[in-house]
Write a protein that binds this ligand. Structure first.
Ligand SMILES: *Cc1c(COP(=O)(O)O)cnc(C)c1O
Length: 342
């Protein structure tokens, strides 16, 4: 029985070609900056993001934290979305390990931060107050794509307000594919961008941070402090290079499969699809009754869904590399079977 896991796009496993690329990768000690495969990956991703330099990290959490610590000093502040990964889902790392105070604001429905509200949150220069240094956005956020016109407004806004601008671009390639643009069109106005290879791109691990040369040198030091200096990391970087070369354009299949899932779920009266939630590879549903039973039933059929709804009562479904259209038909068939029997 095949497992169909719709909980996250982090669950993908490397295929034979990716594993072959890892086996054949030339390696060296990357703490000495001597791993040719890591250097190749960092160059590739920096070029695509149109930044001076890139840096390889074991995780997106560490890439974001090193970025915040490189932009901000102790007692500085960053403005961030209330449900943003760098605020909510990273254990408060910026505050805990970086002595950087977050100023969270509610995201608008489309995943943006209202610039008027951001403007009001910037603290005046005053010894009583933290120094507002940085604005942090997320793209995609809950699968939603920030419009390019909004990014342009943000760029001007940050220039005017003298704020640094970081993008948590864990799934930025989903945004690029959905907008049908190259990565640089999105990364353009940002001082720094983090990108995950371990989400929709299907690598087992790894993230990159891109920005100006001096900034990356700074981040390299923080990466070492945070325990992210790795040795023959080229084995992992090779998987990320494979992912960049083979798994970016195909993200459109995941988006199409999410659309197919969305349309099929709309025919099931016991399930409500959250309107407007689907931009890329994530959709959110409500199952007002019997979710526990449905979850268990599907689990027995090898279909994995989140164990419970989030605080808003929504269940997140994610399509990825290891889920194809036929798998989605299987899921829909089993959901229908469950409701016919119960
Ligand atoms: C997954 C993710 C990260 C990084 O997470 P890691 O699991 O540490 O790689 C950062 N931001 C967002 C929005 C994410 O989804």
């Amino acid at each position: 029985m095949k497992t169909i896991d719709l909980r996250s796009d982090t669950v993908t496993k490397p295929n034979k070609e990716m594993l072959d690329a890892m086996m054949l990768a030339p390696v060296g000690d990357d703490v000495f900056a001597e791993d040719p495969t890591v250097i190749k990956l960092e160059k590739m991703i920096a070029e695509q993001a149109e930044k001076e330099a890139g840096l390889f990290f074991p995780s997106g959490t560490q890439a974001n934290l090193a970025s915040l610590m490189s932009h901000c000093e102790r007692g500085d502040e960053y403005i961030v979305g209330q449900t943003a990964h760098t605020y909510l889902w990273e254990g408060g790392g910026a505050a805990v390990l970086g002595s950087i105070q977050p100023q969270p604001l509610d995201f608008e429905k489309d995943g943006s931060l209202c610039l008027e509200k951001v403007g009001r949150a910037i603290k005046p220069i005053d010894d009583h107050l933290a120094r507002t240094k940085l604005l942090c956005l997320e793209n995609t956020t809950n699968g939603k794509v920030l419009p390019l016109s909004y990014l342009e407004q943000v760029r001007h806004f940050c220039k005017e307000k003298v704020l640094k601008l970081h993008l948590d671009g864990a799934r930025v390639f989903n945004a690029a594919v959905q907008l049908n643009v190259e990565l640089n069109k999105i990364s353009h106005g940002f001082d720094s961008i983090s990108i995950c290879f371990s989400k929709g791109l299907g690598a087992p691990m790894g993230s990159a941070l891109c920005g100006r040369k001096e900034f990356i040198q700074h981040a390299r030091r923080w990466r070492k402090v945070l325990g992210g200096g790795m040795r023959q990391a080229g084995i992992m970087a090779a998987a990320c290079i494979y992912a960049l070369e083979n798994n970016v354009a195909r993200l459109k299949n995941d988006h199409a499969n999410a659309q197919f899932l969305n349309q099929s779920l709309e025919t099931i009266s016991e399930i409500e699809v959250e309107p407007g939630s689907l931009h890329t590879n994530m959709l959110f549903i409500k199952v007002p009754t019997q979710y526990k039973e449905l979850h268990l039933y599907l689990q027995q059929k090898g279909i994995k869904l989140p164990a419970q709804p989030n605080k808003l009562g929504l269940i997140r479904l994610v399509t990825h590399l290891d889920v194809n259209k036929d798998d989605i038909s299987v899921v829909i068939g089993e959901i229908k079977n469950f409701y016919n029997r119960h």
